[in-house]
Ligand binder design. Structure first.
Ligand SMILES: Cc1cc2nc3c(=O)[nH]c(=O)nc-3n(C[C@H](O)[C@H](O)[C@H](O)COP(=O)(O)O)c2cc1C
Length: 212
């Protein structure tokens, strides 16, 4: 167990509702289905009230660890927030917004965030030199995409947020995480989409450079 877990009460440890061991792949989606999954996934800003299926969320968390990671650092930690912690996170966020952007912005954000059915945090264990930390951040980002894509295939949407709240010391304290050895990568909102936005992308020609 990593040192960042020390001092944290046993009840605060991540305990997925269901534990999965994926032992074999029996069927893969077609290439077209894979492309469609990737292309159709959207960041969801409005959710239906019901909580996402706990078994599917637990499986998505299991899939995080299959993300690519250089030198097998497996730098991610995942926190599934219960009601108490969610309220504490929302309180911090609301206060930060009130201080910086005023009452209207704070109230509006609180109302929106109160309506999010499930929250989950992905953090990165900070270890090694600058290069390793950069690579570990990249690994955590791909891990989040694993989770997003799996959930999307099951009709569950995600919004990855990275506002000031996740960089506040209080936020990491709530997770019983040591800011010296761990940083938050994403505060994720999960739920069934109330609407799916349409977001444009630039054409491939804008980023593809073909070399001789
Ligand atoms: C590192 C990272 C941080 C993000 N933080 C936020 C955020 O704080 N608020 C937000 O609304 N969306 C956030 N997003 C989601 C992006 O806004 C979203 O991916 C983008 O609008 C493209 O939309 P799509 O995911 O539907 O393709 C973040 C995405 C990434 C990769």
């Amino acid at each position: 167990m990593s040192s960042s877990f020390q001092g944290r009460p046993a009840s605060a440890k991540l305990r997925p509702a269901v534990s999965f061991a994926i032992t074999e792949i029996t069927m893969l989606p077609t290439t077209e289905q894979t492309a469609e999954l990737i292309q159709s996934r959207r960041t969801i800003h409005a959710f239906k009230p019901e909580k996402p299926d706990a078994t599917l969320v637990a499986k998505a968390v299991e899939l995080i660890r299959w993300a690519p990671n250089h030198r097998f650092t497996e730098p991610w930690r995942v926190y599934l927030l219960g009601e108490e912690t969610t309220k504490d996170v929302l309180d911090i966020s609301e206060r930060l917004i009130r201080e910086k952007r005023g009452d209207a912005a704070a109230d509006s954000k609180r109302e929106k965030w109160n309506a999010v059915p499930q929250w989950l945090v992905v953090t990165q264990q900070l270890a090694g030199d600058k290069l390793q930390q950069q690579e570990d951040y990249a690994a955590c980002a791909t891990a989040i995409q694993n989770l997003q894509l799996y959930l999307w295939s099951a009709g569950i949407g995600v919004k990855w947020t990275s506002g000031p709240v996740i960089r506040s010391a209080e936020f990491l304290e709530l997770l019983w995480a040591d800011p010296g050895t761990e940083q938050a990568v994403g505060l994720l909102q999960l739920g069934y989409p109330a609407e799916v936005p349409s977001i444009p992308r630039k054409p491939v020609a804008d980023y593809l450079i073909t070399l001789p």
